[in-house]
Design a protein around this ligand. Structure first.
Ligand code: 13P
Ligand code: SF4
Length: 304
């Protein structure tokens, strides 16, 4: 079957079954084309909570599907490919964080949204890469433990020097692997391009950027800028999507290694199979876990 034929069949089945399809912006073009909404993980969860559809398919990674379920417990939520996890989301041990909180009651534990629902149950507030600085600024506590991403955490610490921010050794294996030499090489090849970087990259890379922000922040910045050339320091899908959106501008990826294998594991066939009743994984979370994890999500909504 041709890609376009499969896409048409998915669109037909989706309409017939009244299903909402979400695609994180790191998904391939063929997936974003069949989605009702494309964006970052939290924005997608909010969108899904506002649509009337009772079934939602998340094309992204597991913590994203879990966030959709947390915001819409009454909906049936599928993760399109069950092997798609985010390694960073699973880096911290829940018991260790709970013990830290007990020993350091004056610390507020801030969890990046890229964490499991189970880990969120012992954290105080969630943040996304776009809301982290703003939310940490607003917290009452001076002492903060920021988990799991030490690169995003150190970016936040630089913007909010009035807080005492403790970090742990976690991070995104894809973004954190980009060496500073990639910046030197990309700038040598494209001296007129602006460098836009995700805060999951190491501090030496973010320090060299013209703009540091979330995936949606990078997309908005590039689309609204008068500049004509951009080096994109996040998953390669973003440079590709931007190139379709702005054909008169030029987009280069900071490194050809910036490919998230988990994000890329979802295929059109995965989505098709769910609609045929034979694939994906339905997300199930017990009520107590959902209630506890909602506390830090609700705090993020209140402060964000
Ligand atoms: P955003 O929240 O910026 O979309 O990031 C999600 C992610 O997984 C980044 O690697
Ligand atoms: Fe996780 Fe990094 Fe992939 Fe984002 S790019 S889903 S943080 S592994």
């Amino acid at each position: 079957m041709k890609i376009t034929e499969l896409q048409s069949e998915i669109l037909r089945l989706k309409k017939e079954q009244d299903v909402c399809i979400l695609a994180h912006s790191y998904q391939t073009r063929e997936i974003t084309e069949i989605a009702d909404f494309t964006g970052d993980s939290f924005a997608l969860s909010v969108k899904a909570s506002k649509v009337p559809n009772k079934t939602v398919i998340m094309c992204g990674v597991r913590f994203m599907a879990e966030t959709v379920k947390l915001l819409s417990p009454e909906k049936t939520v599928y993760l399109s490919n069950p092997v798609a996890g985010c390694p960073m989301a699973e880096q911290m041990d829940k018991e260790m964080i709970a013990a830290f909180k007990q020993q350091n009651p004056d610390y507020t534990v801030v969890a990046y949204i890229n964490t499991t629902t189970d880990l969120k149950t012992v954290c105080d507030v969630c943040v996304t890469s776009s809301s982290a600085v703003n939310i940490v600024k607003k917290l009452e506590s001076k002492n903060i433990l920021f988990i799991p991403d030490c690169n995003l955490g150190s970016f936040v610490a630089k913007q909010v020097p009035e807080k005492n921010i403790k970090l742990m050794q976690g991070g995104c294996p894809v973004h954190a692997a980009v060496p500073y030499s990639a910046v030197e090489e990309a700038k040598r090849l494209h001296p007129d391009a602006l460098l836009l970087v995700h805060p999951e990259c190491v501090p030496k890379v973010t320090a060299a950027a013209d703009y540091v922000g979330s995936t949606s922040g990078i997309i908005d910045y590039a689309m609204n800028s008068d500049a004509k050339e951009f080096i994109i320091g996040t998953e390669i899908a973003i440079a590709s999507h931007l190139q379709y959106e702005c054909p008169d501008k030029k987009f280069y990826t900071l490194s050809k290694e910036l490919i998230c294998p988990n994000m890329k594991s979802t295929t059109l066939v995965d989505v098709y199979n769910i609609l045929k009743g034979r694939g994906g994984e339905e997300i199930t979370l017990d009520d107590e876990t959902m209630q506890k994890a909602r506390v830090c999500i609700d705090k993020m909504i209140e402060l964000g």
